[in-house]
Design a protein around this ligand. Structure first.
Ligand SMILES: NC(=O)c1ccc[n+]([C@@H]2O[C@H](COP(=O)([O-])OP(=O)(O)OC[C@H]3O[C@@H](n4cnc5c(N)ncnc54)[C@H](O)[C@@H]3O)[C@@H](O)[C@H]2O)c1
Length: 248
């Protein structure tokens, strides 16, 4: 059964990393539910804009830059008047074992995957408080629960996302703002394209639902968490992984 098409009508949703992959699927599904979209990416997300059923604004920006977040906000104010929903989805993660991992890659990974979430909160919490409504959905990863080598920098950033979500939720709850993390399974995007097919198969075979996730499999959870229906859910980390992550 499809969700009601109108659940996000009148909402302005900002998605980072919206040019492709999971971010593109999130943008498409939020637009299908009636949201106006702000498509943020270091590459211009015009291809995603062309897929959307409703209004959108494309902003080329680096999510690790506080100045870029201020510019994004300014452009959104001019076009839509405010931002209701922020989906921090932009992420990087080239596997490298600790012997080869250098401090530059460590810092870059933490910056894109975690600092950006902090910067988005600094930029948008004040206006969400004024409107007494807001949603942050921050993309972590179910890989934090898996035994995969070469992921120390990536796992540190994605665990950090969960810690940040848990902390921020307490700071903003009185402003009608919820903050949650989504932990996707290994998903068929450019991020995973260089992974050997056998390694991908071995990973998804550990899921209850035995197939490789597509970006659209992840997007539904973000639509729910950013809807009115999820107004009493905050500070949570929700795996969307076909039943792979073990709670223990
Ligand atoms: N694909 C997977 O298997 C998987 C699994 C779990 C979690 N995730 C997470 O999901 C999110 C999306 O991943 P994806 O698989 O769609 O990756 P992807 O590489 O296909 O897309 C990532 C997008 O982020 C953008 N981006 C990167 N750095 C940026 C920056 N500094 N500023 C602005 N935009 C930037 C890229 O241009 C790209 O469009 C990431 O946070 C990733 O860690 C992915």
């Amino acid at each position: 059964m499809n969700e009601p098409r109108s659940s996000h009508e009148g909402r302005v949703a900002l998605v980072t990393g919206a040019a492709r992959g999971i971010g593109q699927a999130i943008a498409v599904q939020l637009a299908e539910r009636g949201a106006s979209l702000v498509l943020v990416d270091i590459d211009e997300a015009h291809e995603t804009a062309a897929l959307l059923s409703g209004p959108s604004l494309v902003v080329a920006a680096d999510v690790t830059s506080a100045a870029d977040w201020a510019r994004i906000d300014q452009q959104v104010q001019q076009r839509f008047g405010r931002t209701d929903i922020v989906v921090n989805n932009a992420g990087i993660g080239s596997p490298k074992r600790i012997d080869e991992l250098d401090f530059e890659q460590w810092k870059k990974t933490l910056s894109v995957n975690l600092d950006a979430h902090f910067l988005s909160a600094k930029q948008f919490v004040p206006q969400m408080r004024n409107n007494n409504w807001g949603r942050f959905i921050n993309i972590s990863s179910n890989s934090i629960g898996l035994a995969i080598p070469g992921m120390s920098h990536y796992m540190a950033s994605k665990m950090g996302v969960i810690g940040f979500v848990r902390g921020l939720a307490n700071d903003v709850a009185d402003g009608g703002i919820t903050v949650n993390a989504v932990l996707p399974a290994l998903t068929n995007t450019r991020l995973t394209q260089d992974m050997p097919e056998e390694a991908k198969r071995q990973t998804w075979q550990q899921q209850a639902i035995k197939r490789f996730a597509e970006p659209r499999d992840i997007a539904g959870a973000i639509c729910f968490l950013s809807s009115e229906d999820a107004s009493f859910i905050t500070g949570q980390a929700i795996p969307v992984d076909g039943g792979q992550y073990k709670i223990s």
